[in-house]
Design a protein around this ligand. Structure first.
Ligand code: UD1
Length: 330
């Protein structure tokens, strides 16, 4: 099968491209490299530098590569940035999805896996978040993804697309074979930051808030390994004519880990104390965000291989030290 991966030069998209290639598919990556890196596009995938708002070029690509399915990951994804630049986020994430859908319609490409996010929920006060919760996004980022989801569903009602929407929780870790990993400069995600501190690229990890109503007072999240997440896309594609058809599924393990759990996992992996300090919670932070992930396992027969915080942290550390070594060599 020939599959177009938008955003395939990014952290998650590159892992999806790798998983597709490992599974024997042909892969075309479409990415404007605004945040993605050409070096993350796996060898074996075709690469086209294209902006999603360029409908004609996208439509041409569909024909040129005989695209049979699209995995749409390209998006702006940083919540605080979306608060500062809502229109930029609406343009990139809503208009970008609209033109992609138009190009699919023109090329009669029906199969779509769409990357969405837990940021469509407002989980305040709930312990496990299921797909049945009414979405109520707090940020422009979440709102832009929710509107894009809506377009996908409406297009399915009109009979033009078969979809699975995957709502990611906290994606972390790196390819176990070291072929890709989180490479965004100035990343803010906890496990990435902790790995940078452990590797000496930052001096300390700041714990944002120690008085949350959680067992150890720090924020709790459902960290899902990026390679397990990538596999969920493959499973969704394979189940698109069956149980995954036109469904919306949370992607997490259904298990929460606190900031302190992450710190302890890093310390176990390195054998060293991680330098930390404490600061007030960030605006908009939440106590606990954990997926009710039963539907994903049921619908996709998804069998995660790396459902272990120690493994996620170890792979992140391995990627971070590899990155640092290659920077030293250059
Ligand atoms: C972020 C996004 C969210 C996205 C999710 C998964 C924001 C505000 N939210 O969520 O939309 O769905 O990633 O990609 O960008 N923490 C620290 N110190 C740090 C960094 C984080 O204590 O240096 C804590 C946070 O307070 C939180 C937890 O670690 O309790 C996770 O934070 P982070 O990795 O930034 O992800 P989220 O904010 O959950």
């Amino acid at each position: 099968m020939s599959i177009l991966v938008t955003g395939g030069a990014g952290y998650i998209g590159s892992h999806i491209a790798l998983a597709l290639l490992d599974d024997g598919s042909d892969v075309v990556v479409a990415d404007n490299l605004s945040t993605g890196l050409r070096a993350l596009v796996p060898a074996g995938a075709a690469f086209e530098r294209v902006d999603l708002r360029d409908r004609e070029k996208l439509a041409d690509l569909m024909v040129e590569y005989g695209v049979e399915a699209v995995i749409h990951c390209a998006a702006s994804t940083v919540v605080p940035d979306s608060v500062m630049d809502p229109l930029g986020y609406y343009e990139n994430n809503i208009l970008g999805t609209l033109t992609l859908l138009q190009a699919m319609q023109a090329g009669k490409v029906r199969r779509l896996i769409f990357s969405s996010t837990a940021a469509v929920y407002n989980p305040e006060g709930r312990s496990l978040i299921s797909e049945h919760e009414n979405p109520d996004p707090v940020s422009p980022y979440g709102a832009s993804k929710l509107m894009a989801e809506r377009m996908v569903r409406d297009m399915a009602v009109a009979g033009d697309v078969d979809f699975t929407i995957l709502r990611y929780f906290n994606v972390a870790g790196a390819d176990p074979m070291g072929r890709s990993g989180q490479s965004t400069p100035a990343a803010t995600h906890l496990i990435k930051v902790a790995a940078e501190v452990a590797c000496g690229a930052r001096s300390t990890l700041t714990i944002f808030g120690t008085e949350w109503p959680t067992p150890d007072g720090t924020g709790v999240r459902d960290y899902v390994h990026v390679s397990d997440l990538a596999q969920a896309h493959i499973s969704a594609l394979k189940s698109l004519d069956g149980p995954a058809h036109n469904s919306t599924l949370n992607c997490g393990y259904g298990r929460g880990s606190s900031v302190r759990d992450v710190i302890h996992a890093v310390e176990r992996a390195t054998g060293e104390v991680l330098p930390v300090n404490v600061a007030p919670a960030r605006p908009g932070d939440l106590a606990e965000v954990v997926a009710d992930a039963r539907a994903l396992r049921r619908a996709l027969n998804w069998k995660p291989q790396y459902d272990d915080l120690d493994v996620i942290v170890r792979h992140s550390l391995e990627w971070e030290s590899k990155r640092m070594l290659s920077q030293l060599e250059n």
